[in-house]
Design a protein around this ligand. Structure first.
Ligand SMILES: CC(C)(COP(=O)(O)OP(=O)(O)OC[C@H]1O[C@@H](n2cnc3c(N)ncnc32)[C@H](O)[C@@H]1OP(=O)(O)O)[C@@H](O)C(=O)NCCC(=O)NCCS
Length: 178
């Protein structure tokens, strides 16, 4: 299994992996929109390959804290997709770890995700609401733990808080229903 940065010429693979993983094309179209969304930059897109076949994709897009002049570098993980035949083989975890290492090396301070609270904490994510970070759209109380954060630079959490503003194409209520 090989993981590398996805380039423009990988777009067909990215689209097909997203569509196959989810079983419909909502996330594939979201990724397409985000790739050409100026407010999503810098973005980080990675593909996982089994031999030469693309089997997994992960995308991180830029975010910020509304009204903050703090200048913290923030990314948001969405979506993560592994095609059905390759799920539950650890590829999702490897893509998360690979992506986070790359973001860390690129100077990103912290990363948010709205996802399953039984999955992402395995890779270092913790509930974000209790740390003072509000999601772009309200998360129902019963799903509060699905809104998570991870710091990539020690001690940045606690020094900032507020409402997270995501890229324009992600900033729609339908992307914030867990
Ligand atoms: C969710 C997904 C990315 C996980 O990737 P993966 O490579 O299959 O996951 P890993 O092999 O790293 O981890 C597997 C473990 O995660 C668990 N897991 C997988 N999907 C899960 C989910 N939605 N909720 C909770 N746990 C989940 C598995 O049960 C398994 O647990 P185990 O180790 O105790 O058996 C993948 O299944 C997928 O693409 N699903 C469809 C699209 C999707 O839901 N994406 C995530 C939302 S953005």
């Amino acid at each position: 299994m090989k993981i590398r940065v996805a380039t423009d010429s990988d777009f067909n693979d990215v689209f097909l992996v997203e569509k196959d993983a989810f079983g419909y094309d909502k996330e594939a179209n979201l990724v397409k929109d985000l790739l050409s969304d100026a407010s999503a930059k810098p973005l980080y897109s990675f593909l996982a390959f089994n031999n030469d076949r693309a089997v997994g994709h992960i995308l991180f897009t830029s975010a910020c804290i509304e009204g903050s002049q703090d200048g913290a570098s923030i990314s948001l993980l969405a979506p993560l997709a592994i095609i059905p035949d390759f799920q539950k083989q650890g590829i999702g975890g490897k893509l998360i770890d690979y992506g986070l290492q790359h973001l860390k090396n690129s100077g990103v301070d912290f990363v948010f995700v709205l996802g399953h609270p039984g999955y992402y904490p395995r890779y270092g994510f913790k509930p974000a609401g209790v740390q003072g970070f509000e999601a772009p759209y309200p998360i129902p109380e019963e799903h509060a733990n699905a809104w998570m954060v991870q710091e990539l630079r020690p001690s940045v959490i606690g020094s900032v808080s507020g409402k997270i503003k995501c890229a324009d194409m992600l900033n729609k209520p339908e992307h914030w229903r867990e």
